[in-house]
Design a protein around this ligand. Structure first.
Ligand SMILES: CC(C)(COP(=O)(O)OP(=O)(O)OC[C@H]1O[C@@H](n2cnc3c(N)ncnc32)[C@H](O)[C@@H]1OP(=O)(O)O)[C@@H](O)C(=O)NCCC(=O)NCCS
Length: 304
């Protein structure tokens, strides 16, 4: 089954009504098409894509190893029926313990949220954006500078502290090889001169912001998530545990926002976990708001 332009238009029109910051819908990737009939006889469909991660893939830091991702192709109606069909499909597939069913959908579609909850999916992550918010000045004594490859041993513990915290409240998985995977990823970003900042107080590294630039253009991954343009992406943001709640995050992010804006970005985005009691409040106060919610159930066999 090929998705017609009509199906894409229906989805784009629904997205535009839901949230002006959503990009237009794009064709789903190749995979297994599942479909369901609505009471009025019309059909809705989605594409189910199975991915198996290599043990050293960066995505192992936040993902199950075996992912069954649904890409719904519908507008306002039909999510409950499509999820029923997804459940029937999964019941016929053998899945392992380190597996998940996952679907990413506009946060403001609360009708769909009800259907996801009813099927056992939980909102593990939120992609949040910030555009046009004023940069809050936050003067203080934090020294913020760009990190270099020489700082890798200093910033790795800060990155791991963020992973440890996030593993308690969201999708992050602290696998035995997580530190090596994170070290390799940080090294690559520093090596290609991506913006990574280190915050120091009295010469001690107390904060890390690992960021990069993301150009949303036709055919890129990011055009499925954010409108076209140059964006700043905040991948990891961490304050050392004993320094949290004292304004360091605020000082650090005001520098990051200023630098990202100076580089010509139209906004910034990041992921946070809705059960994180620190970051949810922190990011909202810094001008971020939900755009997409990543709904997951682990293991995949728990989809109901
Ligand atoms: C989320 C995180 C980065 C925020 O950094 P932080 O330094 O703790 O945040 P701040 O101190 O700037 O702000 C947090 C609170 O401290 C308050 N605060 C600010 N300055 C303060 C000061 N001088 N004295 C006391 N409290 C202060 C802030 O007002 C804020 O509280 P409020 O929001 O209730 O007003 C940090 O808590 C952290 O690393 N958490 C664990 C990892 C994590 O969740 N990372 C983000 C993943 S998306």
């Amino acid at each position: 089954m090929r998705f017609t332009d009509g199906a894409l238009d229906t989805q784009s029109a629904w997205f535009a009504r839901l949230d002006p910051m959503l990009p237009a819908a794009v064709r789903p990737p190749d995979g297994n098409v599942i479909s369901a009939a609505l009471p009025d006889g019309t059909r809705v469909a989605g594409v189910l894509v199975q991915t198996r991660l290599a043990p050293d893939a960066m995505a192992t830091l936040w993902s199950a190893l075996e992912v069954w991702e649904l890409h719904p192709m519908l507008g306002e109606h039909g999510m409950p029926q499509l999820l029923d069909q997804w459940r029937r499909t999964m019941a016929r597939r053998p899945t392992g313990p380190d597996s998940s069913c996952l679907v990413t959908w506009p946060s403001r579609d609360v009708g769909a949220a009800r259907a996801f909850l009813d099927h056992g999916l939980v909102p593990l992550s939120t992609l949040a954006i910030r555009t046009g918010a004023p940069i809050l000045p936050s003067p203080g004594t934090l020294q913020v500078r760009r990190a270099t490859l020489r700082d890798i041993d200093t910033i790795l513990p800060l990155a791991m502290a963020e992973l440890e915290y996030s593993a308690m409240v969201g999708s992050t998985v602290l696998r035995p090889g997580a530190a090596q995977v994170k070290r390799a990823a940080l090294t690559r970003h520093l090596d290609q001169n991506d913006p990574v900042w280190i915050g120091e107080r009295d010469g001690i590294a107390v904060a890390l912001a690992e960021c990069w630039f993301n150009e949303s253009v036709g055919g890129s991954w990011s055009e499925t998530r954010v409108r076209h343009g140059l964006w700043g992406y905040i991948n990891s943001f961490s304050v050392a545990p004993s320094f949290r709640g004292a304004g360091i995050g605020r000082e650090m992010i005001s520098v990051v926002h200023r630098e990202l804006a100076a580089a010509g970005t139209i906004g910034s985005f990041l992921y946070f976990n809705p059960p994180n009691p620190l970051s949810t409040v922190f990011w909202a106060r810094q001008g971020y708001r939900p755009l997409w919610t990543i709904w997951e159930v682990r293991p995949a066999s728990a989809l109901r």
